[in-house]
Design a protein around this ligand. Structure first.
Ligand SMILES: [Zn+2]
Length: 146
């Protein structure tokens, strides 16, 4: 894929390729070597898919997967001791106070903490999760600050 500067009739040079956080779009930046005009081409999710499926590489390391760090975290988590699921027990209910406390945790850990504490409470046969049970789960799971 090439772009030509309309003013100079020069081929523009690739500068940068910024995938969006979720990897669904990319902003690909070129500049004109003659007048330094810069343009960015932004792909929509469909175009990103097409470019990826064609195996096209735009610039260097164009498609280092932005999803990889999360995949690594998921992998690490799945390696942790996972409390046995007890299928005929319903999920414990989070009380308002417990949810308020959960919401004080950093956003990126809330989902993990929610799941770990829910698993813990279910394993213990608790029907609801209160701040006191969060304390207990935190001790039992060796977590701090949540
Ligand atoms: Zn130019």
């Amino acid at each position: 894929m090439k772009f030509v500067c309309n003013d100079c009739q020069e081929l523009m040079e690739f500068v940068d390729n910024q995938p969006s956080e979720d990897g669904s779009s990319m902003a690909i930046t070129y500049t004109c070597p003659s007048c330094s005009r810069a343009i960015s081409m932004v792909t929509n999710p469909g175009e990103t898919q097409v470019v990826r499926s064609l195996g096209v590489t735009i610039g260097h390391e164009a498609f280092s997967s932005p999803a990889e760090p999360m995949a690594m975290i998921r992998g690490a988590l799945s390696g942790q001791p996972n409390p046995t699921m007890v299928p005929d027990q319903p999920d414990p209910v989070w009380t308002d106070a417990a949810l308020r406390r959960l919401s004080a945790a950093p956003t990126f850990v809330q989902g993990i903490v929610h799941r770990l504490y829910t698993d813990y409470a279910r394993q213990k046969g608790y029907r609801e999760i209160t701040p006191a049970i969060m304390n207990e789960a935190r001790e039992a799971l060796g977590m701090t600050g949540m």
